[in-house]
Design a protein around this ligand. Structure first.
Ligand code: SF4
Length: 453
């Protein structure tokens, strides 16, 4: 049984042992023998989470486990000395990917008292390690609310949860920022555009009002099943569509603001609601018929008022010719205007930049554009508009994508420099750091395995 809250507002012994150079703001929640549980506060770009540290003095083994706000284990790590500098580093034993599947690094096993033998497959090991992480945290002497977060969890229901939720996200959909606190509702399939690099291109299908409602009810039922005590901690939402504005552009029976309002009927505790926006549609909906079709921010402000406060925009490149090769016919000026409009409405904008397509592009006029030069245009664009975040999307070659045809025809040249992609990323990251804009590097993990149908 859990006792009254006993929050000790100082570090336990283990935090300084594991992190001799200091750590983010934390509260020690509970302390057992060589086993301490902390709450880590939101800092930089990291959302709050629970952290368990376990130390074995007999063999100096240092284990740390992170759990999301709904209690789901996110990773188990070992702190070990490695690398050329022989410094204390974090090595990942088990990691939950954004796609919600786990990977296990067998080379770091055995760990603590988890039974291990070589014949166990990855699924069995994942189950054992998740149960181990939950048993450790469930032993802690924490307050009732925190005790309730962890009490129903087991490897069995965690695996079942991810399977059930993944069935609600279509296989070629791209969902950024997936986590155990994100409510994702599919509201359309495909896209009205057909960009050469994109697994979602073509075959746009907008849902009816009834279908959207039924998607929301299905997700709510899963939340009730898997998050009986933590549903209100699921404070982030995502309307999963290639561009929510298709509902306006295509004069659908239900409009984007009504979809957002419906979302809050079912998930009223949501604080951040995001969705994708396309540049052309952003410009089109901003033509204000009340003012002779001049561009105003009024339409987008109405979406912000309806609760959409995060906008993801795939700008891919600031170079207009590169965009045209990608069949994303939006110029530098279009993108700048669209991002400014979205930002001006109050919606925090995440601009997605594509890297890794090739070392250079050849235009129809036989002009060669080097990716590193195109990145300069991207940087200029982002510096001019200062989005809330920049997300890096690494291109994942897939023979079904039309872009690969261009490669075969010689219009795309592969990287000769094996560090070429990283150099572009570093250049972008450095420039954004100067502007205090956070760059998120792991967008590609949301796209892995996506394929055009
Ligand atoms: S990149 Fe965006 S606009 Fe282009 S096809 Fe994909 S979802 Fe549609």
């Amino acid at each position: 049984m859990a006792n009254e809250t006993k929050i000790i507002r100082n570090d336990g012994k283990l935090l300084s042992k594991f992190y001799p150079n200091g750590f983010s703001p934390t509260t020690l929640l509970s302390k057992l023998d060589n086993n301490e549980l902390y709450f880590v506060y939101k800092h930089d770009n990291i959302d709050p989470y629970y952290l368990l540290l376990k130390y074995n003095p007999k063999n100096d083994e240092k284990i740390e486990i992170s759990y999301g706000p709904t209690g789901y284990p996110r990773r188990i790590d070992k702190r070990i000395f490695n690398g050329n500098d022989n410094k204390l580093k974090l090595e990942n034993i088990i990691l939950r990917h954004e796609q919600n599947n786990f990977s296990v690094n067998k080379e770091l096993l055995p760990v603590d008292n988890v039974p291990f033998n070589e014949s166990l497959d990855a699924g069995q090991l994942t189950g054992l390690l998740i149960d181990y992480s939950l048993e450790l945290v469930q032993k802690h002497n924490i307050n009732d609310e925190e005790h309730d977060i962890f009490k129903f969890l087991s490897s069995h229901n965690i695996m079942a949860r991810f399977k059930d939720y993944s069935q609600l996200i279509h296989s070629n959909a791209i969902v950024p920022d997936l986590s155990d606190i994100l409510t994702v509702v599919n509201v359309s399939d495909g896209c009205g555009n057909d960009c050469r690099h994109c697994p979602e291109g073509g075959n746009l299908k907008l849902y009816s009002k009834e279908d959207i409602r039924s998607e929301m009810i299905k997700v709510l039922q899963l939340h009730i099943k898997y998050h009986p005590n933590t549903i209100r901690k699921m404070t982030e939402g995502f309307l999963n569509t290639s561009d929510i504005l298709w509902y306006e552009i295509q004069k659908s029976q239900i409009k984007p603001d009504e979809i957002a309002k419906m979302f809050f009927e079912y998930f009223p505790w949501t604080q951040k609601l995001g969705t994708f926006f396309g540049v052309k549609n952003l410009l089109n909906v901003s033509k204000d018929p009340n003012f002779g079709n001049i561009i105003t921010g009024n339409y987008l402000k109405s979406l912000y008022d309806a609760g959409i406060n995060r906008g993801y925009v795939g700008i891919e490149s600031g170079n207009s010719k590169v965009s045209a090769i990608l069949r994303k016919n939006e110029t530098y000026g279009d993108k700048l205007k669209a991002l400014d409009l979205l930002k001006g409405s109050g919606i925090k904008t995440k601009a997605i930049v594509l890297v890794g397509v090739g070392e250079s592009y050849i235009t129809g006029d036989d002009e060669e554009i080097k990716s590193i030069d195109a990145m300069q245009d991207t940087i200029k664009l982002l510096e001019n508009t200062s989005p809330y975040r920049v997300m890096i999307s690494r291109y994942l070659p897939n023979e079904n994508l039309p872009l690969e045809k261009l490669r075969k025809e010689g219009q795309l040249k592969d990287y000769k420099d094996k560090h070429g992609i990283q150099k572009e990323i570093d250049m972008l990251t450095k420039a954004m750091n100067w502007k205090n804009i956070t760059v998120e590097q792991d967008y590609e993990s949301f796209v892995v395995g996506k394929a055009r149908k």
